[in-house]
Design a protein around this ligand. Structure first.
Ligand code: ASP
Length: 342
């Protein structure tokens, strides 16, 4: 019988209405278990870990990611897979970060949650959780995990964590993976796209966790009418070591002299500037337009087809492990965990 560890961090899936205010608040996982009788029929052993207090994922950050990584490594040898129950708002950030923090992963770590609390009659939480558990327990003929990756399982789709984005605030189809196909789709049975699933490059190597993160990153979203002062504040602020620049289309931004001179000044200060497109799909190619080429010439590096969520987690992880910015830049350009198509 396989063993699955359920890590409940919080989120709508486990929330209940506060009778006074009507607002949703996270409750203890123990209160949810009676509603999850279906799990008992799955011929699996479960261990549950509950975060205290459970968090609305708006309050999740590097400390929580570290805690998730530590809970996983502490149970790694005795478990077959992990399901992380998490709020949807920052799930794509957490799944992205964990994909870099968990090295040599050979077991599934499946994030899930829901748009409606599990206690509501029309909840999507039960189906999401049960599919996530089934995927976390799935093995091939040789007994190896079918999906040894950090993923998000939501609305019948299994998405690579570091390719996922939250795209719908209210619908059940809350997540999408615009630049990489789903790893599996749940219908009457779960169909795995086995050729797309990432496997450890050194099988048998024990899991290692990297919990030293450098969070000195900010995000500049370019938009028409952006002021010089706003660009200065973000790009030249002393508190940042890297800035993700969310550009237009295939990686284009303002080519006016004041903008490019701030970019050059930031590069001179030693900052790592990463170009990510604001478009949901497609990738950055700074050679197509003069406006993109100007950024490349000024020292901005391509984020390729990464999501902002994934670029942020990758920067935190790389900067945490490498004091030298040249090393960080070189590794940013490499596909480490399937996060970019390169
Ligand atoms: N605010 C909630 C959270 O992210 C929303 C959700 O779970 O869907 O925790």
């Amino acid at each position: 019988m396989g063993k699955i560890v359920l890590i409940y961090t919080g989120g709508t899936v486990g929330m209940r209405e506060n009778p006074q205010t009507g607002a949703l608040e996270a409750v203890d996982f123990g209160e949810l278990l009676p509603m999850l009788g279906e799990l008992g029929k799955m011929r699996l052993e479960f261990e549950t870990v509950t975060f205290n207090p459970p968090l609305d994922s708006c309050n999740v950050g590097p400390e929580t990611w570290k805690q998730i990584a530590e809970e996983i490594i502490a149970r790694y040898d005795s478990a077959d897979g992990f399901v992380v129950l998490h709020g949807t708002d920052t799930m794509a950030y957490s799944a992205s970060a964990l994909s870099f923090m968990l090295d040599h992963l050979s077991k599934p770590v499946i994030f899930t949650g829901s748009q409606l609390p599990i206690g509501r009659p029309r909840t999507d939480g039960k189906e999401n959780l049960i599919s996530a558990v089934e995927i976390a327990a799935a093995r091939d003929g040789d007994g190896h995990a079918l999906v040894p990756e950090v993923c998000i399982c939501f609305n019948s789709q299994l998405l690579r964590g570091n390719r996922s984005v939250k795209v719908n605030a209210t619908g059940f189809d809350a997540f999408s993976s615009p630049n990489y196909p789903p790893l599996a789709t749940a219908g009457i049975s779960i169909k795995y796209n086995t050729g797309l699933i990432h496997h450890p490059s050194e099988p048998g190597r024990p899991l290692e966790i990297h919990t030293t993160l450098d969070t000195r990153v900010s995000v500049l979203k370019v938009h028409p009418g952006i002021t010089e002062q706003a660009v200065r504040d973000i790009l030249l602020g002393t508190g940042t070591r890297a800035v993700i620049i969310e550009t237009y289309g295939s990686g284009n931004a303002i080519s006016k002299a004041w903008f490019l001179s701030i970019i050059r000044e930031a590069v001179k200060m030693g900052k790592i500037l990463v170009n990510i497109t604001q478009c949901l799909s497609g990738d950055v190619d700074m050679d197509i337009y003069a406006t993109g080429r100007a950024l490349k010439d000024a020292g901005v590096i391509s984020g390729h087809d990464a999501t902002t969520e994934s670029a942020l987690g990758k920067l935190f992880f790389l900067m945490g492990g490498h004091p030298d910015n040249h090393e960080v830049k070189a590794l940013l350009e490499k596909n480490l965990k399937g996060e970019i198509s390169k």
